[in-house]
Design a protein around this ligand. Structure first.
Ligand code: NAD
Ligand code: ZN
Ligand code: ZN
Length: 366
């Protein structure tokens, strides 16, 4: 990863802020950027108190999301305090503590009416993609009334920030798209935060077995402590064979892909049982081979999905009641000034025993 750090030269100039900027293939820098301002009446400006890094940010660095151009402030996960609300924002006021959804939605278009907020005609996944994101001191949130969730003042930032993207993705793109049912045998390929979120939420539907597959023994150990019944390290290239033997060659009812590589999609295709579901959550930058020569007669269902984050209010209730321990996904904490180090830790998770890394913006506030 190429990195540079540029320091502010302007003293206490409140018109600038620190932000983590994409600089093209594997390039990152913490730089001074203009503080965002309200551009539409429905916008809010949020001062970020906690943000995090997603596997999707690693795909962006790897060039897998080519629409993202150098200069973009990354990040789509965040908790903060409303600094300013536009005149058209009805539900939020200066000083409110808020959770930022990764998905921007107008609430009025045909896709929003169907609950497919990720495909909103004037929204979707904008933050840290088509507009500047949350890995900064401040962020502009369009359609703030739908893109923000009110948090109690004492809500735990670290638990809440897991609901911007990670937990809704595991639930919606994995567990719900895969239609996990009581008694199912489920395999989750990828034990990163999204795979672990699928593991936590799949258990709400009482599957008989959950097999986790990853290359990282630490993440597999964590998966067992989170309720995985079996784990498979795929570094020898024989994961599919092992999952088949663990299931007496029956295969799995649900195979959740939570990595985003041809090799891991192949594992899912090789282990899905007749009548089973492959739920793809991973962001893919390269084509995969779809093995219809094997699967055409197997009555399988394949789903793809960009998370809609429509389940976030429900997940928030579960976190607030103590039914879902979101905070246990967090392994490392950094200050915003250490953003580049935070990326390095998350990108080399096995070396650092990392799950989710959270970044706090306290010290730099001016
Ligand atoms: N569909 C969506 O809306 C959506 C939303 C958020 C994240 N995502 C995607 O979900 C995926 C997971 O995100 P994350 O934050 O957990 O990322 P992550 O990078 O932390 O986790 C990926 C995991 O895959 C494992 N892995 C890599 N190669 C493997 C292999 N050959 N076999 C088994 N495991 C392997 C890694 O060891 C790692 O633990 C990413 O592709 C991310 O872009 C999708
Ligand atoms: Zn994400
Ligand atoms: Zn819409």
């Amino acid at each position: 990863m190429k990195t540079t750090t540029k320091h502010a030269g302007g003293g206490n100039n409140i018109r600038t802020m620190k932000a983590l900027v994409f600089q093209g293939h594997h390039g990152l820098a913490l730089v001074d950027k203009p503080k965002p301002t309200i551009s539409e009446a429905t916008d809010a400006i949020v001062r970020i108190t906690t943000t995090s890094i997603c596997g999707t940010d690693l795909h962006i660095l790897n060039g897998d999301v080519p629409a993202i151009t150098p200069g973009r402030i990354l990040g789509h996960e965040g908790v903060g305090i409303v600094e300013e609300a536009g005149q058209g924002v009805l539900g939020f006021h200066k000083g409110d503590k808020v959770l930022i959804s990764l998905i921007t939605s107008c609430g009025r278009c045909g896709f929003c009416k169907r609950g497919m907020y990720s495909h909103c005609c004037s929204g979707g996944w904008l933050l840290g993609n088509k507009i500047d994101g949350t890995q900064a001191e401040y962020v502009r949130i369009p359609f703030a009334d739908t893109g923000l969730h009110l948090l109690p003042p004492r809500a735990d930032d670290e638990a809440a920030v897991m609901l911007s993207c990670t937990l809704p993705t595991g639930l919606e793109c994995g567990t719900l798209s895969g239609h996990v049912k009581p008694g199912d045998i489920v395999a989750i390929v990828g034990a990163g935060p999204v795979g672990l979120a699928a593991l936590l939420t799949a258990q709400l539907y009482s599957p008989a077995e959950i097999v986790m597959v990853d290359l990282d023994d630490n993440r597999l150990k964590v998966a067992r402590s989170f309720g995985a019944t079996k784990t498979v390290n795929s570094s020898d290239g024989r994961a599919a064979e092992r999952v088949m033997s663990l299931t007496q060659n029956a295969g799995v009812d649900v195979a959740i892909e939570a990595v985003g590589l041809p090799a891991t999609f192949d594992i899912c295709q090789a282990i899905v049982a007749p009548g089973g579901r492959i739920a793809n959550a991973g962001v893919h930058g390269k084509p995969v081979d779809l093995h219809l020569e094997r699967l055409w007669a197997s009555n399988i269902t394949l789903t793809t999905r960009l998370v809609d984050a429509g389940t976030t209010p429900m997940l928030l209730k579960m976190v607030q009641s103590g039914r879902l321990d979101a905070k246990k996904l967090v392994s490392h904490r950094f200050d915003l000034s250490e953003m580049v180090k935070a990326y390095d830790t998350f990108a080399h998770a096995a070396k650092h025993h990392a799950l989710k890394v959270v970044i706090k913006n306290g010290i730099l506030r001016r």
